[in-house]
Design a protein around this ligand. Structure first.
Ligand code: ATP
Length: 215
């Protein structure tokens, strides 16, 4: 059964942590494809500092040249709030029942899962695969997520379209978009933390600058 990994996020901007996450998930879970799905109007974070179009452009640079990676624009294009459950339902509808969908999450997101819209139904459409990120360990979850793990947690992904939660390992990559935006606003140039071409794009579009900067 074909396995498609889905990596949602704000990607404001996309950074090497996201690429490492996609690579680790693809290797560990034997994914045939990874689709990056930037959020539209984010319902949990403050307004993104780059526009949807700019976040899409930076992601396109990041996936450039990788045959099995792509950018899914639907959430940026959607009017109103964007919910992962709607995206999964649409993808399932488009791809049919015989494909395995795997929602890839850092542990910070898994810990948060019970705040997502219709979070229990996510597993009707996809598997969830999570990995540790920073200090957000994959233990001691709040009751709702712990309950979901008791019911759906497995050691490995089965050959099934949806319905299980698995963990996978990745070497830690201590970078976040928040820290990157702060570094850029201070005038730093953290090229090694960004995919090729993304720092140039940020410069050209004057993104993430300190608003008090006059240059
Ligand atoms: P912000 O700092 O603005 O919250 P972010 O760096 O967390 O942004 P997102 O776009 O929100 O980036 O993250 C998308 C997904 O990638 C989430 O599942 C998140 O857990 C995961 N992720 C982001 N950075 C890393 C990292 N360094 N290592 C592992 N997973 C990561």
């Amino acid at each position: 059964m074909k396995r498609i990994g889905l990596l949602g996020g704000t990607f404001d901007p996309v950074h090497v942590g996201h690429l490492a996450l996609a690579r680790a998930a693809a290797d560990a879970l034997k994914l045939d494809e990874v689709r990056f799905i930037p959020t539209g109007r984010s319902w949990q974070k403050d307004s993104a500092s780059a526009s949807g179009e700019q976040r899409l452009q930076m992601l396109r640079l990041a996936v450039d040249g990788r045959a099995n990676w792509s950018v899914d624009e639907r959430e940026v294009r959607r009017d109103g709030p964007t919910y992962t459950i709607d995206t999964l339902a649409e993808l399932r509808n488009e791809l049919g029942p015989q494909v395995s969908l795997v929602l890839i999450l850092g542990s910070d997101q898994l810990r948060n899962l019970a705040t997502w819209h219709r979070y229990r139904e996510l597993l009707d459409f996809a598997h969830i695969a999570a990995t540790q990120r920073g200090s957000h360990r994959l233990v001691d979850f709040e009751p709702q997520v712990a309950g979901l793990l008791d019911e759906h947690g497995r050691e490995a992904l089965p050959d099934a379209p949806a319905g299980t939660i698995v963990f996978f390992r990745m070497p830690p990559v201590p970078v976040s978009a928040t820290a990157l935006r702060a570094a850029l606003a201070r005038g730093e140039r953290p090229a090694e933390l960004l995919p090729p071409g993304v720092l140039d794009y940020i410069d050209r579009h004057r993104l993430y600058r300190n608003p008090n900067e006059t240059a």
